[in-house]
Design a protein around this ligand. Sequence first.
Ligand SMILES: Cc1cc2nc3c(=O)[nH]c(=O)nc-3n(C[C@H](O)[C@H](O)[C@H](O)COP(=O)(O)OP(=O)(O)OC[C@H]3O[C@@H](n4cnc5c(N)ncnc54)[C@H](O)[C@@H]3O)c2cc1C
Length: 331
Amino acid sequence: MGTRDMMPSFELYQPDTLEAALDLLGRFGEDGWALAGGNDSFDWFKDRVKRPRYVVDLTGIEALKGIRETADGGVEIGALTTLTEIERSDVIRSRFGVLAEAASKVASPQIRNTGTIGGNLCQDARCWYYRYGVHCYRAGGNTCYADTPEGQNREHCLWGADRCVAVSPSDTAPAMVVLDARMVVAGPNGEREVPAEQFFIGPSIDITRMTVLEPGELLTAIRIPPSWAGARFYFEKVADRNVWDFPLVNIAAAMRVNGNVIEDARFAAGAVQCTPRRLTVVEEVVRGQPRSEDLARLAGQSAVRGATPLNYNHFKIPLLQNLVMRAVRDA
Ligand SMILES: Cc1cc2nc3c(=O)[nH]c(=O)nc-3n(C[C@H](O)[C@H](O)[C@H](O)COP(=O)(O)OP(=O)(O)OC[C@H]3O[C@@H](n4cnc5c(N)ncnc54)[C@H](O)[C@@H]3O)c2cc1C
């Protein structure tokens, strides 16, 4: 641990093409680090918990920036697009409003001005112990300090604990899941597309990563298909403070409503497990049903089935239940 809040030295590379960035990251392997807006990365560096020798700054790669409408009526968002651009984009606001709303709830205006969508989706876990440099399971040790009798686990998971109890901290990730977004991943073996729901991985798959990205791979873009364009959306985040704070729980929903009947729906919650949690049970409960208080209540109850709270996060159960109720009622 030792020195904190002071930037250590590293070799900085500033490529202006994706190919050059991939080449550099491929050469540096485990010693390399991809840098976007730096809001997550600089904390790691300054606290000296992660010490990459080579940092590859992606912000000079123009091809990875911007929001483009696609021929099929969807959009493609470059991974280096800032959260402010997404929040303000007319096309995202008018057609995929749940994402604009989610982006607008991240951190603070300053962080959204520099923070990128790629960095938001690829950010690491926010568990206190892990961030502080404690040698926990996720850091290669053999204890989860948050999951001990005295462990501070108010922010931690309700599902998916497997040695680690950290949650997915991203506000935009659940919105990507409900929009059926596809993540474009580039690496030494070319390009592949991964559905948003499969992009995020839990500790049972690999405790050292939060996404499917292998060392040397980059998220280059997010493709949102037209399927949910113009649907009824809902996004709500509950945090201890209204700005500059991570979600305790967030909910993203998309619904197709005909008359008063919910024809189809997608629900996903963040900060309740290590990946955004798709609430398929809720979707099944509401599909084909007329919207009502009773349905909203039933959906809320079904959302929390099987939740296994830790010592200090029982409050997340009624919180998630209420957020789902409100989403069904107010989307
Ligand atoms: C005080 C504070 C409050 C915050 N509050 C919130 C919040 O409320 N909600 C929320 O969702 N987030 C929050 N964050 C987290 C995060 O900093 C921001 O969400 C921001 O969007 C991160 O983007 P960045 O471009 O700055 O990422 P960076 O720090 O540059 O990168 C983050 C991680 O992603 C990797 N990465 C970046 N881009 C790519 C790419 N294209 N391909 C592969 N890997 C990549 C980096 O290697 C790094 O590991 C907060 C951060 C801070 C410091």
